[in-house]
Design a protein around this ligand. Structure first.
Ligand SMILES: [Zn+2]
Length: 80
């Protein structure tokens, strides 16, 4: 099974937790779920990171560019 790894931080989060997935969509879902868990725990660094993402989401263009960037980063990762 080929899996690629990205950390919470690399995906716009706040910690070094690693996610493993085959597709960018999957890893995006995993990081989103993790962010929601941390949000519910009231974790300050994650709250701050989520606020920054929400700021970014106000501009659909900026959001699209961010996702494309991350998708490229994911696709460029070595498969291990
Ligand atoms: Zn995290």
């Amino acid at each position: 099974m080929i899996m690629k790894k990205m950390t919470c931080k690399q995906l716009g989060g706040a910690c070094d937790k690693e996610f493993q997935a085959n597709t960018f969509e999957e890893i995006g879902e995993m990081s989103k779920k993790h962010a929601m868990d941390m949000f519910q725990n009231g974790d300050k660094p994650h709250l701050k990171a989520m606020n920054e993402m929400q700021e970014l989401m106000k501009s659909p263009e900026a959001m699209k560019a961010w996702f494309e960037n991350k998708r490229k980063e994911f696709n460029a990762l070595p498969e291990n």
